[in-house]
Design a protein around this ligand. Structure first.
Ligand code: PEP
Ligand code: MG
Length: 754
């Protein structure tokens, strides 16, 4: 049965569209189970019905016509219970419904298995038998496994349908796709697709005007790769046996072979760009090897793929340098890395769209910091085919519109203008304090990390920079910046904000932020080597950064230093000790040093429970709610599969933050929040109720949050907090807080995306 299953799955993957795939499934399942009927019903959520989409055994005319209301019949039961229903004699079952149009009367044996993807029932796979029949446990698990495969196929098929529509008439090709998270705002522009380094099989075809230049580019990549292989071979001479080194010779041979190189060149001269031509040639060549009987030769296909990948990486390296970004660039990809984002000139970057990713990935944070609208987790987006198309990004509804029709385009442009109007309307709040009508005053700070936003921060009336993500500067380099370079940078930042405080956070790389020149390969990066852990293990790098910060602080008195990812008292002690060493070193060199304010980020649960001790060792604490939520809820902040579980309004997260605020303030230390919560109106409202001392957020949210604070009485926020702390789930808390904002006449705020 396993072989049959594997074969069916392979066959399905080779089909061109969903209806072909469904027809194939019903035919193959019917044969495999030796049963009379196999059908697939798909869910139509708009109409609350299941529609018969394919059948082998029922009247073919019923396809598309037979519709069952949600919950109706045994099929509906399988869907509503989200589990298989296997009955020997269907008509005797209380849920049985007779549907005349299917010609169903004579069937007795019934099994229905729901097709589920990410908790949504996409449809039901049904088998029926004329006689009474109880399908065996094996048959049931066969169908369950197939249904899981089918769910993936439906997603793939949706992508193909999207492509087919896009390939059609450009005017009727407008298409909406939904994501799971966003950065607020609206944008319209031209898609520029970027690829991860590992996507040989996903490289699209692209027409080129100058095949000669493209061929030269490819030849250069081949020559460079050959030279690299020779170098590697030399270097490995002492480490590997000649047998093991034969791999390099095999690669070199492949690179000199006609098939791979000439095959690619031929395709380039036929008008395809080098990566597309390479992909087609390598896959064709690898397939030939894959089908050989000799196991040794079969394995060579992996070498060919690997070599193809290496060549592709070379081609891409070059392409990144030469990339042309249009004036209204919408950056798009399976996944967008921080360095890909930073590669685009800021004035040209208008929006971001990615298949994977969530609202608290660092790319999302960066997008928000720069005020760039984005939609993440658009699972049926086919980026490989969208390069150069017009795309509208709606970060409020988490939707992406591909090829908007002219009226729709007008509508987006109008909304973009209105949005600009709204923020102009809030400008009068710029120089007013963030103070509630009943006199509770807190400070609003900006999150920053780039020059572009620090200058903007200075001009928008913030009371300081609450989080300067120093690592962003490290991403823009091809090596660690030295002490001099860093000192110049930090001095500039302090000068721009002077006399307002600037909280410089020490390097927080690792997790989803590996530096290109300091790769960290870990199974579990968020639980691995990141933040202060790296700094303590590399005291040379850490002290260089601390000295640079202190030097800036000797010129301007507004410096504060923040340690990320503190998870124990020992770590903090070591960090403080290294800070002291850095001070002494500078003094020994005659540099006058001021003692800066020092703080910790509370973003690891252990720090919540040791807050009494930790906070007394420093001057202040700042809650990093992005990581705190991820670690408290055990939900990877970058994984779109679990994005729905990620919510900082989870009662456990709120309780943890309240604990930190209460204990920190009892020790006489101010407590701020610098995670994304601070800029989300519903969350900020509850943080206000906790009496936090400051909120630090991206600039785009600042005036809106100030508007909220100036409109709501502190006592009312406290009461609301007390009420929601009795709730047991995030959804209830969010809707209560949202309702409260609406009742206060602040619904305008609610367009602010999370
Ligand atoms: C946080 O974790 O909330 C935080 C502000 O730090 P980062 O998002 O940079 O990890
Ligand atoms: Mg963090």
């Amino acid at each position: 049965m396993l072989d049959t299953l594997r074969r069916i799955v392979q066959d399905i993957n080779a089909t061109r569209d969903l209806s072909e795939a469904l027809n194939l499934i019903v035919a193959e399942v019917k044969a495999a189970l030796h049963t009379d009927v196999c059908s697939v019903y798909m869910t139509d959520y708009n109409r609350g019905e299941y529609v018969l989409m394919a059948t082998d055994g029922l009247r073919p005319g019923a396809v598309g016509k037979v519709r069952l209301k949600f919950g109706q019949g045994l099929t509906g039961l399988a869907a509503s219970r989200a589990e298989p229903i296997n009955v020997e004699n269907a008509p005797a079952h209380p849920a049985f419904r007779y549907v005349a149009a299917t010609g169903e009367a004579p069937f007795h044996g019934f099994i229905g298995v729901p097709v589920i993807r990410r908790r949504r029932v996409l449809g039901v796979l049904v088998a029926q038998q004329r006689e009474q029949r109880k399908y065996s446990a094996d048959e049931e698990s066969f169908l369950v496994t197939l249904a899981a495969q089918l769910a993936g196929c439906i997603n793939q098929a949706e992508i193909r349908q999207v492509l087919a529509r896009l390939d059609g008439d450009a005017l009727s090709g407008t298409l909406f796709l939904e994501g799971v998270a966003s950065a607020r705002g609206l944008a319209i522009g031209e898609a520029v697709v970027v690829f991860p380094a590992t996507a040989l099989d996903r490289v699209p075809d692209k027409d080129i005007a100058n095949p000669e230049a493209e061929a030269a580019r490819f030849r250069q990549a081949v020559a460079a790769e050959l030279a690299e292989l020779q170098r590697l071979n030399e270097r490995m001479r002492l480490l590997l046996s000649p047998g093991d080194r034969a791999l390099f010779d095999a690669y070199a041979l492949l690179l000199s072979s006609d098939s791979l190189v000439n095959g690619t060149l031929e395709r380039i001269y036929a008008g395809n760009w080098a990566p597309g031509a390479l992909r087609a040639t390598v896959l064709e060549y690898a397939n030939i090897f894959m089908e050989m009987d000799d196991p040794y030769l079969r394995e060579r296909s992996a070498d060919i793929l690997d070599l193809g990948q290496r060549l592709l990486d070379r081609l891409h390296e070059e392409q990144v340098v030469n990339r042309h970004y249009p004036d209204h660039t919408i950056l798009m990809g399976e996944e967008i890395s921080v360095s890909q984002l930073l590669d685009v000139p800021p004035e040209k970057l208008k929006g971001l769209v990615s298949v994977r990713g969530t609202g608290t990935s660092h790319v999302a944070l960066l997008a928000r910091g720069l005020g760039i609208p984005a939609v993440f987790g658009v699972s049926n987006l086919p980026p490989g085919r969208l390069n150069g198309r017009e795309v509208a990004v709606d970060g409020y509804t988490m939707r992406v519109c591909i090829q908007p029709s002219p009226p729709l385009r007008q509508e987006y442009l109008k909304l973009i203008a209105e949005e600009a109007e709204l923020s102009r309307g809030l400008q009068h709040l710029r120089d007013l304090p963030a103070e509630t009508p009943d006199g509770y005053r807190l400070e609003l700070h900006a999150n920053s990390g780039l020059f572009a936003d620090i200058a903007a921060a200075r001009n928008s009336g913030v009371e300081g920079v609450g989080l300067y993500r120093s690592e962003l500067h490290f991403f823009l380099r091809d090596r660690f910046p030295g002490e001099e370079e860093q000192a110049t940078l930090y001095t500039r930042v302090l000068r721009i904000m002077d006399p307002h405080p600037v909280v410089l956070r020490t390097l927080d790389v690792g997790g989803d932020k590996p530096l290109p020149y300091f790769p960290i390969n870990e199974q579990n990066p968020f639980l691995g080597w990141r933040g202060i852990r790296i700094s303590l293990d590399q005291p040379d790098l850490f002290k260089t950064q601390l000295r640079a910060m202190l030097r800036a602080g000797s010129v301007y008195a507004n410096l504060a230093i923040l340690f990320p990812m503190i998870s124990s008292v020992g770590e903090l002690r070591e960090a403080l000790e290294l800070l002291r060493c850095a001070q002494v070193e500078l003094q020994e060199n005659g540099v006058p040093v001021r003692t800066p304010r020092v703080g910790i980020m509370v973003e690891v649960p252990s720090a919540v429970y040791q807050i009494d001790t930790l906070v007394r060792m420093v001057d202040f604490a700042s809650v990093g709610s992005n990581d705190l939520t991820q670690y408290l809820l055990a939900v990877d902040r970058n994984n779109d599969r679990v994005a729905k579980l990620y919510d900082p309004l989870h009662p456990a997260v709120l309780a943890a933050i309240r604990h930190v605020v209460e204990r920190g303030q009892a020790a006489g230390r101010p407590i701020g929040i610098c995670g994304e919560m601070a800029g989300d109106p519903a969350s900020a409202l509850l943080l206000l109720g906790m009496g936090v001392d400051s909120l630090s957020m991206n600039l785009g949210s600042l005036l809106k949050i100030k508007w909220m604070i100036r409109s709501i009485r502190y006592a009312a926020a406290q009461e609301l907090l007390a009420e929601v702390m009795t709730f047991d789930n995030a959804a209830a808390i969010r809707s209560r807080a949202t309702l409260f904002l609406e009742q206060q006449g602040l619904s305008g705020l609610l367009r602010v995306g999370r």
